[in-house]
Design a protein around this ligand. Structure first.
Ligand code: LR7
Ligand code: MN
Length: 580
């Protein structure tokens, strides 16, 4: 922690020194961009950042870097300034119930003012940026399904409170077929009374899922820019202007705010990470990941708080030129309910000539749920919906090489029918979009260092002893946890779907299996060198640890251990291909 404070101080000093050099450099950069014969503003060959505006030495009042919300009194009620609130013993039962229903402790949320203040978590430098005043207008779109009252309304209040009115055209709320009483008349009445016509409420006639609902929200919007937020967010100081400024600069930039955390239980608002910038990437099963921005990107910027490029984003919070969103075909209509839409839009943007930037001076807090409280409705899909969505993205935007890494990581879905993607493929062709290799080499280049190309599977499926009936199972163990074991075979994949590859790694989901002390088996991070100690002998069925020269044996009681290799039946583990 001490280190990061030191780093912060150093960065700030550095930034201050740079500010003294003033706008001359910024002007030079603008020239670089204008001179770029390809007109590709975001990919400038000189490797110099291209801000339209540089930090100034003098703090300017008003919207120029430091918009002060009017309705932002200095109170000291519960949760003010982003502080945590607590549940009394007598409230515990009710809080527990709310947690189950909403994934949030609504008992605590209900104690906090709908327009509470949050700490200014921005980098000091942000106060000095000088933004243009003739910015496009924004429609903020909030789609929601069975959200709690105070978390939903705090989002609306915060958007309106924290945005300069001349840039906020409207808030468009789309109810995705909620059935909660408080979201019916009560909500309509409140919005009309409190916000007049500024907030518009639309309802879906059936459950569309968040992806379809967002596209509908965009269709119903009238602002130049659409900004999506989850329905449980709190905007920070001057969150809006830095996003709009990037889109004004280049309408093909998707501008993403830095997402701070709000605790689902005590509602404490806390800054994400520290002084190190992060950006959005993915592993080959398309779990969303964030990692430190590589030097190759950082060195293209003079100012620590400057917007920087990111391969992808978490999905929920971003701003885009509205027309550009539709020029890209909005979200693929075949994506169902939840998940993968962030990758679809990201790959499409990058491969078809746009870019994604994370904007450090725009900060918005998001309440991370305790668990997902809602179901996905009635859908006739035999594999997890999220995987189906990933498959559509993979089949359209990846190339043969990279598709293979996905199917190596999720072997059981290979060949599952994904419906019609001809519209997406035609779009890609008509717009001469670049291939995935280009994207990996030029945008998401750090992915290979964290999640290397996956060697092909030698075998995959459930693993069980020849004589017995129990299957290997991670038993919910995480990295650093206890031993994995064997239990009742559930045929749902997940914790029982293991893969062994040609380089000797045993994988389960995004993780690998290692032995501890040559004795028990444990979930571990996968070695970034794709090599492992395991050997699967198809003839005998044995799974051998080559360093210890021992084989996996089951004790019958669900325990798995490494034992000297033998021809015992309880040792002959084999892998069954079982498609669920
Ligand atoms: O069927 C649904 N219909 C909806 O309208 C399901 C959800 N929703 C609404 C919901 O009420 C909420 O406002 O859609 C919004 C997002 O749903 P969440 O909050 O349950 O999703 P999440 O925060 O767990 O998940 C992240 O990934 C999603 C799917 O890919 C979406 O992109 C979310 O917007 C996204 N959230 C964020 O990016 C917030 C930041 C951090 C993370 C992760
Ligand atoms: Mn969310």
């Amino acid at each position: 922690k001490e280190d990061s404070v030191q780093e912060l101080k150093k960065r700030w000093k550095l930034a201050k020194d740079k500010q003294k050099r003033g706008n001359v450099e910024a002007d030079k950069n603008i020239k670089n961009v204008v001179d770029n014969p390809m007109g590709v503003k975001h990919d400038n060959k000189q490797g110099v950042a291209a801000p339209t505006h540089g930090p100034e030495q003098v703090l300017k009042p008003g919207i120029l870097g430091n918009f002060e919300p009017k309705n932002y009194p200095n109170r000291n009620g519960p949760g003010e300034n982003g502080k945590s609130v607590h549940t009394s013993l007598g409230e515990k039962a009710q809080a527990e119930k709310a947690k189950k229903t909403y994934g949030f402790n609504m008992v605590n949320s209900d104690k906090i003012a709908l327009n509470r203040t949050v700490p200014d978590t921005r980098h000091e430098e942000c106060k000095y940026w000088h933004y243009p005043e003739d910015l496009p207008t924004a429609s903020v779109i909030l789609v929601f399904h069975n959200e709690g009252w105070s978390t939903l309304l705090r989002t609306v209040h915060s958007v309106i409170n924290m945005s300069p009115p001349q840039f906020l055209k409207e808030v468009v709320m789309v109810d995705d077929f909620s059935d909660k009483e408080h979201l019916k008349d009560k909500l309509e009445t409140y919005l009309k009374k409190e916000f007049k016509g500024l907030v518009k409420l639309y309802r879906n006639k059936e459950r569309m899922g968040l992806i379809g609902t967002r596209t509908r929200g965009a269709e119903l919007s009238t602002g130049d820019v659409i900004i999506f937020l989850d329905a449980h967010c709190e905007c920070n100081k001057n969150w809006l202007v830095p996003l709009l400024a990037r889109i004004k600069y280049d309408r093909r930039i998707m501008a993403v705010p830095t997402i701070d955390g709000i605790d689902w239980d005590n509602f404490k608002y806390h800054p994400v990470y520290g002084p190190t910038h992060h950006r959005g990437i993915f592993e080959w099963g398309f779990l969303y990941k964030e990692s430190a921005v590589p030097e190759r990107e950082l060195r293209t910027h003079q100012h620590h708080s400057a917007p920087y490029k990111s391969p992808t984003h978490a999905g929920g919070l971003f701003a885009m030129d509205r027309k550009y969103f539709f020029e890209l075909g909005a979200y693929d209509e075949g994506l169902k309910i939840w998940g993968g839409e962030n990758f679809e839009l990201s790959f499409k943007i990058w491969q078809c000539g746009g870019s994604i930037e994370w904007v450090p001076c725009s900060r918005v807090g998001h309440v991370y749920r305790n668990h997902m409280p809602y179901g996905f409705g009635k859908i006739d899909v035999k594999i997890p919906v999220i995987l189906l969505n990933y498959m559509r993205v993979v089949e359209v935007w990846l190339d043969e090489e990279h598709k293979e890494y996905f199917y190596t990581r999720e072997p059981s879905v290979r060949g599952y029918p994904i419906g019609d993607v001809s519209k997406q493929l035609k779009f890609k062709k008509d717009n001469k979009c670049k291939d995935f290799k280009w994207f990996m080499d030029n945008v998401a280049y750090e992915v290979y260092d964290r999640f290397p190309r996956l060697p092909p599977n030698k075998a995959w499926g459930e693993v069980k002893e020849k004589s017995g009936s129990k299957c290997w199972d991670t038993m919910g163990q995480q990295v650093g946890g206890g031993a994995i074991g064997a239990s009742y075979c559930h045929h749902f994949g997940g914790s029982q779907l293991f893969r062994i590859n040609t380089k000797g790694q045993i994988g389960v989901g995004e993780r690998c299996i290692e032995s501890r002390n040559g004795n028990t088996l444990h979930v571990s991070f996968c070695d970034v060198q794709p090599t492992g100690p395991w050997e699967f002998d198809e003839l005998s069925g044995r799974i051998r640890h080559t360093d210890h020269d021992k084989c996996v044996e089951s004790g019958g009681d669900g325990q798995l251990t490494l034992q000297p290799c033998s021809s015992n039946n309880n040792q002959q583990q084999f892998v069954v291909n079982e498609v669920y």
